[in-house]
Design a binder for this molecule. Structure first.
Ligand SMILES: [Zn+2]
Length: 358
């Protein structure tokens, strides 16, 4: 795939509606961009396993290449008598980031209905109300309906309907800037597809299996299934990782826009396998790819479930995403392609003897 093909794939993955538990559209895009010489299998949860068709499987260590398919979203809890919609988050949102934003709701007929997260106009707010914290308890979505009957019967929106930010992906070539929703983790999903494609004609000393997991944002649920199905000997978790460079002093910034891939040493769920991490650093240095290392006091990733499955060597390679878990994320294509190149090099250099040393 060249840059234009990568951008087209990322655009479709970003635009796909796939909040946790409702990843079906994302799976359709994945199948459309399935690397040649591979096959994909999905389960009812939408976990999707990608394998090479014509490569020997079983006599080499299995490498699980993970990315999660879902993104943070919302779900309808109930319709209020005035036709507005009470909703709850799927994944980690800050309520203040949601107000006055456009969303789309998948109705019972499978159509996506646009609405906005309603706000009280400043004209009606008391001085005290302006200071009050915003909570999901008090937020509703307005789809332009005037009654519960209109919302539930005409628009067919009711309890359990999934909701996503109503955002279209854009690319600004002058800044090498992709602006869109759901880069956590559609950008990681795109990187997994891109690197499997890059490696299709290579002789590998590991059996490479792509494992695209559902429901990460609600507690790393899909990866519990994929890791047990694949039973890997080694794993790499590929993530869209939150960039810190716009609000952190330079000396402490560890994931930055246009600073290359991030190799995560630690977060609250996970500590990378030290020797595997050192091996990844060595590969980045040998290629001259800039990278950052990160020790995070928050966050959690699929990598934890991979690591704790059977204590297998595991690292997390991340693509920096500014403003994750909001409507609009920012990713530089150069960070994406450098991450793909680093992953390719790591996978090419892995073999049974090297893995045994980790
Ligand atoms: Zn993520």
């Amino acid at each position: 795939m060249d840059k234009q093909e990568h951008l087209k794939m990322i655009e479709q993955l970003s635009n796909a509606n796939g909040p946790s538990g409702f990843e079906h559209e994302v799976v359709e895009v994945v199948k459309k961009y399935l690397p040649t010489k591979t096959t994909a299998m999905s389960d009812a949860m939408c976990n999707t396993i990608i394998r090479y068709q014509n490569k020997a499987q079983g006599n080499q260590p299995t490498l699980l290449l993970d990315a999660h398919l879902d993104a943070v979203g919302f779900i309808v809890q109930a319709v209020k008598p005035n036709g507005t919609i009470k909703f709850v988050p799927l994944g980690g949102w800050v309520p203040a980031n949601v107000t006055a934003e456009k969303v789309r709701i998948k109705n019972r007929a499978g159509q996506w209905i646009t609405g906005v997260v309603a706000t009280k106009p400043p004209h009606f707010m008391t001085a005290e109300e302006r200071q009050q914290p915003i909570t999901f308890e008090n937020l509703v979505i307005d789809v332009g309906s005037i009654s519960a009957v209109e919302t539930t019967e005409k628009l067919q929106i009711d309890t359990g309907c999934p909701i996503v930010p109503d955002v279209q992906w854009q690319y600004f070539a002058d800044r090498d800037l992709m602006l869109g929703k759901a880069f956590d983790n559609r950008i990681g999903t795109a990187a997994v597809l891109a690197v499997i494609d890059e490696l299709k004609d290579e002789q590998l000393a590991v059996d490479l299996v792509g494992a695209l997991a559902a429901q990460e944002e609600v507690g790393c649920r899909g990866v519990k299934v994929t890791v047990r199905q694949i039973k890997p000997q080694i794993a790499i978790c590929v993530e869209g990782c939150p960039a810190d460079d716009t609000f952190t002093p330079a000396w402490l910034s560890q994931t930055g826009f246009k600073r290359g891939p991030m190799l995560r040493d630690m977060d609250t769920s996970f500590i990378a396998t030290p020797k595997f991490q050192a091996f990844a650093v060595q590969q980045a240095e040998s290629l001259g790819i800039p990278f950052t290392r990160a020790v995070r006091t928050g966050g959690g990733i699929d990598g934890s479930e991979l690591l704790y499955y059977q204590g297998i060597p595991t690292i997390c390679v991340g693509i920096p995403v500014r403003y994750e878990h909001t409507h609009y994320g920012m990713v530089a294509y150069q960070d994406f392609i450098k991450t793909v190149k680093l992953l390719k090099q790591i996978i090419l250099k892995l073999d049974a003897a090297t893995i045994a040393e980790f």
